[in-house]
Design a protein around this ligand. Sequence first.
Ligand SMILES: C[S@@+](CC[C@H](N)C(=O)[O-])C[C@H]1O[C@@H](n2cnc3c(N)ncnc32)[C@H](O)[C@@H]1O
Length: 203
Amino acid sequence: MCADFLDKVYKAEYKDPRDLYRDWADTYDNELAQNEYTTPIRTAKALTKFVSNKSTSILDFGCGTGLSAEALISCGFSTIDGIDISNEMIEIAREKRIYRNLECFNPNKSIPVKKNEYSIITAIGVISVGAAPISIFDEVFDLLPKDGLFAFSFNEHSLMVPEYSLKVEQTVNEKKAVQLFCELGPHILKRDLKSMVYVIKKL
Ligand SMILES: C[S@@+](CC[C@H](N)C(=O)[O-])C[C@H]1O[C@@H](n2cnc3c(N)ncnc32)[C@H](O)[C@@H]1O
């Protein structure tokens, strides 16, 4: 099953991401391990630069099968809740017993999280062509309190669509946030794909 879904994910073969991730869930971890998915560890390491208390609760938005939490845990973070729109991805994450809480939600309804509930939110490999639309950015960012941190990534395919990086620029230019970290680096090493990892702080 090598690189099967990685060939499909950016081609919009699936209209609803829930169908894509339903079909991908069982082989997702293997395929990403074989292809050396490095964005989660890059994002987790970036976050360590700005967080002193690593037991602070983190919302892992679009947690998938938990590869993002595994990276966060390997960097010392200990309290992670995950939400995602795919039951099948969440079920794999649940088996790993690494999240405090996990919840599946309907993308056509509002995000089931109270404003100010988390001072750190991650969205690793989530806001992307083939996953959550860029319109979700403001909804997720709005959940943070003042001084809250948002650590997220945009892959190369998304960076080619101007709306993605413009959204970050606009958020910073409008003084809604300050950009603490922004680094282009390897996303999926064996596919030679890159991603931009960002950490921004809400003002
Ligand atoms: C490429 S996976 C990344 C999963 C995990 N964060 C990781 O790094 O492995 C993208 C995830 O985003 C989820 N997703 C897609 N659209 C979403 C949306 N609108 N809101 C939240 N999650 C979404 C998918 O179900 C999938 O689990």
